[in-house]
Ligand binder design. Structure first.
Ligand code: AMP
Ligand code: MG
Length: 536
């Protein structure tokens, strides 16, 4: 459609002044600009030499026919075209991930100092080739069908295909209202954005599949929130994270289409996802939806086992927050356990303790059963039966991944019937390893453990130590660490956000600055009663 291609170029190159009071990124089109979605030959130091493309998301699907930005029920589309709402006040750059800029986005880090960059990552400037979109999805929240949810405060600003041929979808979070904002203001707070920025990057360096974060900005615009839902409404500041994923589609992306009987669109979206993101599945395979389901089941089990291996509780395990690529997305009231407690609930708004850490594996199963429900209209009776069998295998698969990960943490090689006992005992003490020696069964456990280590074939203490230090992190983003960084950031001191961003890039390595900050110690006394809520 001519207007779709005309509009973004126009916005990026000057006519924007007439349309939304904004000006283009560069004074004039630059000969070195790549085609949208293609990588430049070298890292771009200026955004004029850099482009996104939204075509690969717009071309395969019908787009929302309404283009005005007001809250409504949207039908028969995957995306609505909607532009970010820039902040009214000044914005400041809090932090960037240099790794994401350089190695994913092919940008020279010096770009972070430019005003173009600041305007781009705060949603004030539209990059060449970008048509900002809000995705229509639904979801099961806390066990019940919640209907239409969608990107209520996020804009998918385009796809970037980098020098490695990787395709990344860029999303601004906190960038203003969309048709899916329901009663929300379209904004995200500094505190929640610091947590998302830091934790998504930290999870990546822990080796856990996750979305990434490129940048974090804060404005002086007021955002009002009742943090603990107790009537105490406070003024906070709006912030935006530029976040990236290979795909932002969730279980709820498919669910909403099945719920509204849009089965043709369901099939198109599913085929698109399989073609783009599941290369091992052949598009002419009549069992491709079954293969897809089987992959999501095993990868979701794998992801949750990995969460458990670092004591991570997501906090809001709704189907709209469960990625079809089985990566961790939508960081909200998450938490890392300080000591092992299967009843650990990071989200103080979760009164029924539905998403306590010990429930995550079974919640994963529930969410996958909702995925299967969404796929059902596309499966024949035999495939439906096979899909149910695949789902039945989830528990066993999860448990074997969980055991495997914990055996690696303990340095165990091969198989032994007592391994599960060794793991279960250790889990009871988990993080408080300093206190392990006080346990009355400790010496018995050590005897068993040493005996078990003797059965490691071809192993040595040095080899084992090397293996174990690469899987047992010294630093994870505990609540108190994020909170300390947030408190400073509220006063425009972004040093601790930046320090944590650096430290968490090497979670397995002892670092002086991190030791000085106490990041490997028990939480300080002031942090004993820290609470995080859904309010973000
Ligand atoms: P979350 O719990 O952040 O994953 O959000 C659940 C749903 O609520 C999604 O559809 C979000 O887009 C929407 N949402 C959350 N906060 C806001 C907000 N401040 N404004 C608009 N929509 C929001
Ligand atoms: Mg969400």
């Amino acid at each position: 459609m001519w207007w779709r291609r005309w509009l973004p170029a126009c916005l990026a190159w000057g006519c924007a002044a007439a349309l939304c009071g904004s000006r283009g990124l560069c004074p004039a089109p630059n000969a070195s600009r790549p085609e949208p979605g293609q990588c430049p030959r070298r890292r771009a130091a200026e955004l004029c030499a850099w482009a996104l493309s939204s075509d690969s998301l717009l071309d395969p699907f019908p787009v929302d026919v309404i283009q005005e930005n007001y809250v409504r029920n949207v039908k028969n589309c995957i995306f609505s075209i909607v532009y970010p709402t820039p902040f009214k006040s000044r914005v400041r750059l809090v932090a960037v991930s240099e790794d994401v800029l350089e190695n994913i986005l092919d940008l020279d880090v010096s770009v972070k100092g430019s005003s173009d960059f600041l305007e781009f990552v705060s949603g004030a400037k539209v990059i060449f080739g970008s048509v900002p979109l809000a995705h229509r999805y639904g979801g099961h929240q806390f066990g019940s069908w919640a209907g239409q949810l969608g990107d209520g405060r996020a804009h998918l600003i385009g796809v970037y295909t980098n020098r490695h041929g990787e395709r990344w979808e860029l999303q601004l979070k906190g960038s203003g209202k969309t048709p899916y904002s329901r009663n929300g203001d379209g904004r995200a707070l500094l505190r929640s954005s610091v947590r998302e920025f830091l934790c998504s990057e930290a999870m990546h360096y822990l080796g856990i599949p996750t979305s990434r974060a490129a940048s974090l900005i804060v404005s002086d615009d007021d955002v009002w929130r009742d943090q603990f839902y107790n009537g105490n409404i406070k003024k906070e500041r709006g912030a935006i994270v530029l976040r990236l994923a290979k795909s932002w589609f969730r279980i709820g992306s498919l669910e909403i289409l099945t719920h509204s009987g849009e089965l043709d669109l369901l099939r198109r979206l599913l085929d698109f996802i399989i073609q783009e993101h599941f290369p091992s599945i052949a598009m002419n395979d009549s069992n491709r939806y079954l293969e897809f389901f089987s992959t999501v089941v095993s990868e979701t089990a794998n992801l949750i086992a990995m969460w458990m291996s670092v004591g991570f509780a997501h906090g809001v395990c709704n189907t709209d927050n469960f990625s079809l690529l089985s990566i961790t997305i939508d960081y909200g009231p998450f938490g890392f356990m300080d000591s092992y407690d299967p009843n650990f609930v990071p989200n103080t708004s979760d009164d029924e303790r539905k998403y306590k850490i010990g429930n995550q594996a079974s919640v994963g199963l529930f969410n996958l059963s909702k995925l299967l429900q969404a796929l059902k209209p596309l499966l024949d009776p035999r495939q439906n039966q096979l899909a149910s069998q695949i789902l039945e295998g989830y528990g066993e698969y999860y448990y074997s991944r969980f055991t495997e990960l914990f055996k690696t943490k303990l340095g165990l090689l091969g198989e032994n019937e007592n391994d599960n006992f060794l793991i279960a005992f250790l889990l009871k003490e988990f993080r408080a390893l300093q206190d392990l020696g006080k346990h009355k069964l400790f010496s018995e456990w050590v005897t068993m453990y040493l005996l078990r280590l003797n059965s490691n074939k071809g192993d040595s203490d040095t080899k084992r130590r090397t293996r174990m230090t690469t899987v047992n992190p010294r630093y994870i983003l505990r609540n108190w660490m994020a909170e300390s960084a947030v408190q400073k950031a509220n006063l425009n001191d972004f040093s601790e956000v930046q320090l944590l961003e650096q430290v968490l890039q090497h979670p397995f390595q002892r670092q002086e600055a991190a030791e000085r900050a106490g990041y490997s110690l028990h939480p300080p006394a002031w942090a004993k009663h820290l609470k995080v809520s859904c309010s973000s």
